[in-house]
Design a protein around this ligand. Structure first.
Ligand SMILES: C[S@@+](CC[C@H](N)C(=O)[O-])C[C@H]1O[C@@H](n2cnc3c(N)ncnc32)[C@H](O)[C@@H]1O
Length: 249
C-alpha cells in the first residue's frame, strides 16, 4: 500500500482497532510482556513507540519508562491514545524521523519499539539506519512483526498476498547489523480462540491492513472460503511473532 492508502486505512480502522485486538486482555498482556522482557526498560529511560497506533503497547511501556514518545502518521489513531503525562504524541512517520524531517523532543532514546509497522515502510534499510542514530549508546530497537508465513485462518488469496508483501525478519536483523547494531532474532507464540462469527467480522472489518486490498465482493467470497474450512463454532490458531532486537554498542 502507498502511504496515503495506508493512512486512510488506519484512519478508518482507528475506531474499531482496539475492539479487534483488545478482544483479549491476555493477548495484550502477553505481547506487552514479550516486549518489556526484550527491551529491558529500567526506570527513568526514554522510549519511542513508532507507529504506536492507539497506544495499546505504549501504555505498558509507560509503566516502566520516564516518557514514551508515541509517533504515528495517522491522525485518527493517536487521537485514541490514552491521555497520560508520560505519553507524548507526535504526528510523523518512521521515514520522517529517519530523514530528520521531524525531530523528536529528546536528544537520544534508550529504547524504541516498532510493532507491526515495518511492512508499511518502503525503504527499510535506510529507515532502520536513520532510526538507529536516534538511540543512545546501549539503546535498544525492537521490531515486532509477523513471520514471513502465517497460519492465520484467512482465504488463499490473502495468504498469498501476505507472503508477497511481508518483509523477512532475518533481513531486518541484517539491516540492523548494517546500521551498526548487534541484532538477534527470536520468536514467541500465543494460542488464539474466537467465536467464529467474531473472527469473520474482524475479517470483514479488514482488521489486517492487507485485507484493504480486497473489495467487498472479494472479501465476502473470502469469508465464505474461511467458513467452508472452519465449520465449528470457534476458530482457533496459533499467533507467532518474530522479535528482532538490535542493540547499539
Ligand atoms: C498494525 S498497526 C500497529 C499499531 C501498534 N504498533 C500496535 O501494535 O497496536 C500499524 C501502524 O503503523 C502505522 N504506520 C503506517 N505507516 C507508517 C510509517 N511509514 N511510519 C510509522 N508508522 C506507520 C499505522 O498508522 C498503524 O498505526
Amino acid at each position: 500500500m502507498n502511504s496515503d492508502v495506508t493512512r486512510d486505512h488506519y484512519d478508518r480502522l482507528a475506531a474499531s482497532y482496539d475492539e479487534n485486538w483488545a478482544y483479549s486482555l491476555q493477548f495484550v498482556e502477553w505481547m506487552t510482556g514479550c516486549i518489556l522482557r526484550r527491551l529491558s526498560i529500567s526506570g527513568g529511560e526514554l522510549v519511542a513507540d513508532i507507529g504506536c497506533g492507539t497506544g495499546l503497547y505504549a501504555h505498558g511501556l509507560a509503566q516502566r519508562a520516564a516518557a514514551v514518545v508515541c509517533v504515528e502518521p495517522s491522525a485518527a489513531m493517536p487521537a485514541r491514545v490514552p491521555r497520560e503525562d508520560r505519553l507524548l504524541p507526535v504526528e510523523a512517520s518512521a521515514e520522517d524521523l529517519a530523514a530528520g524531517r521531524t525531530v523528536l523532543p529528546h536528544d537520544g532514546y534508550d529504547a524504541m519499539l516498532l510493532k507491526e509497522v515495518l511492512h508499511h515502510v518502503g525503504n527499510q534499510g535506510p529507515v532502520i539506519a536513520g532510526l538507529a542514530r536516534l538511540l543512545k549508546p546501549g539503546g535498544r530497537m525492537l521490531v515486532t512483526m509477523l513471520p514471513s508465513r502465517i497460519g492465520y485462518p484467512l482465504f488463499a488469496a490473502a495468504l498469498k498476498l501476505f507472503e508477497q508483501r511481508q518483509p523477512n525478519p532475518a533481513a531486518i536483523a541484517d539491516a540492523m547489523r548494517g546500521a551498526g547494531l548487534c541484532a538477534e532474532l527470536s520468536y514467541d507464540s500465543f494460542p488464539l480462540s474466537f467465536p467464529a462469527e467474531r473472527y469473520l467480522q474482524m475479517v470483514r472489518n479488514r482488521y489486517m491492513s492487507l485485507l484493504a486490498s480486497f473489495d467487498d465482493a472479494a472479501l465476502e467470497a473470502g469469508v465464505a472460503e474461511i467458513r467452508r474450512a472452519h465449520r465449528g463454532e470457534r476458530i482457533e490458531f496459533t499467533d507467532t511473532f518474530a522479535f528482532v532486537l538490535g542493540t547499539r554498542p
